[in-house]
Design a protein around this ligand. Structure first.
Ligand code: G3H
Ligand code: 13P
Ligand code: ZN
Length: 336
């Protein structure tokens, strides 16, 4: 049975990206795999009146079951009507790697999909992306493509080094594919260890300082495709407080380092209209779960550790929306 996202009360990314560009903020895209993450995302964004994108990876579909996930997202849309009636969200496939997967998601109520052909040749990336766009646009579903490769794990492929997006490829890619947004590689990367210690410098306290993002490449791209929505993957800050909390409660995260918040803030005021955050949410929940297990070793009710973890994730999301993405309070300006 196929279902349109419109019947579920969801939206594609067009209106939110248009406003994000005009008002110089970025829409947060948060990944979810379970109920607690979903609750934190929906309640956090409802309270901060932030447009948002709910992201599902193929790993999340396998973990939570694709049928259940879809109904969870539908449930989230119903909950949002109660919490913040004018606010809307997009349900987005993260790192789709085949036409079939994208089609399956479109047919089951997703309003947006990413086709990540970045590991293919330029020509093959165009061909695959074009195929997805043709199908998606028949259903008014928006499509994110990618040019350039991020270091870290992407599509189950581990790339040791970033391959930055080449600005002189973007116009041809957009023209030939018809994508609605473009993910680029300017030095971000997936996961909690975005840079090796050798790639970083150390400040006076010995804390790792990552190399700055390549804003020069971003500016070059913006010049070639003015007003076009750009996406940043691998944009968690790897919040040091959470890393320290994990490590001081039995964890062993070594040399974890992310993208500093001030660089994301700067990116959000540019053509970057979507910022992907998954690892920071994982770290927030893990930090709290570890602390509860450490402080209350006799605890065995999942609600007693997942509940506080959910609260921390919600707090983190509200703070990101307000202080980093600048998306808080923008819901009413788009749909109010
Ligand atoms: O970009 C990758 C996302 O963080 C999703 O990760 O494939 O482990 O669900 P996952
Ligand atoms: P992080 O690992 O930095 O959170 O990136 C998530 C992401 O890009 C999901 O597609
Ligand atoms: Zn990603």
């Amino acid at each position: 049975m196929t279902v349109s996202y419109k019947d579920l009360g969801l939206v594609n990314t067009k209106a939110m990206f248009k406003k994000a560009f005009e008002l110089k903020f970025a829409v947060p895209a948060y990944n979810f795999n379970n109920m607690e993450q979903l609750q934190a995302i929906v309640t956090g964004c409802a309270e901060s009146d932030s447009p948002f994108i709910l992201q599902v990876s193929s790993g999340a579909r396998k973990y939570a079951n694709q049928t259940l996930l879809r109904y969870m997202a539908q449930g989230a849309a119903e909950l949002l009507k109660e919490l913040n009636p004018h606010l809307k969200f997009a349900l987005h496939l993260d790192h789709g790697d085949t036409f079939e997967l994208c089609k399956n998601c479109i047919d089951s109520g997703f309003s947006s999909v990413m086709i990540d052909g970045s590991h293919h040749s330029f020509e093959k990336n165009i061909e695959l992306t074009r195929q997805v766009v043709e199908y998606a646009h028949q259903h008014d579903v928006t499509v994110e493509g990618e040019l350039g490769v991020l270091a870290g794990i992407e599509d189950d492929v581990v790339a040791a080094e970033s391959v930055y997006t080449q600005p002189d490829e973007v116009e041809e890619f957009l023209e030939k594919t018809g994508v609605d947004s473009l993910a680029i590689s300017i030095g971000t990367s997936h996961g909690a260890n975005k840079f090796t210690p050798e790639q970083c410098t150390r400040n006076a306290e010995g804390v790792l300082v990552p190399p700055p993002l390549r804003f020069d490449i971003l500016e070059e791209i913006e010049k070639r495709i003015p007003g076009f929505p750009i996406v940043l993957h691998g944009a968690s800050s790897v919040v040091p407080e959470y890393v320290n909390m994990i490590n001081s409660h039995g964890g062993a995260l070594k040399d974890a380092v992310g993208i500093p918040a001030d660089q994301l803030r700067r990116a959000a005021t540019s053509a970057v209209c979507k910022i992907n955050i998954d690892s920071d949410g994982r770290l927030a929940m893990t930090a709290v779960v570890r602390k509860v297990f450490h402080d209350s070793p006799a605890e065995f009710d999942p609600r007693k550790y997942l509940g506080p973890a959910r609260e921390e994730l919600k707090k983190m999301i509200i703070a990101k929306n307000q202080d980093v993405l600048g998306s808080a309070g923008k819901g009413k300006l788009i749909w109010g």
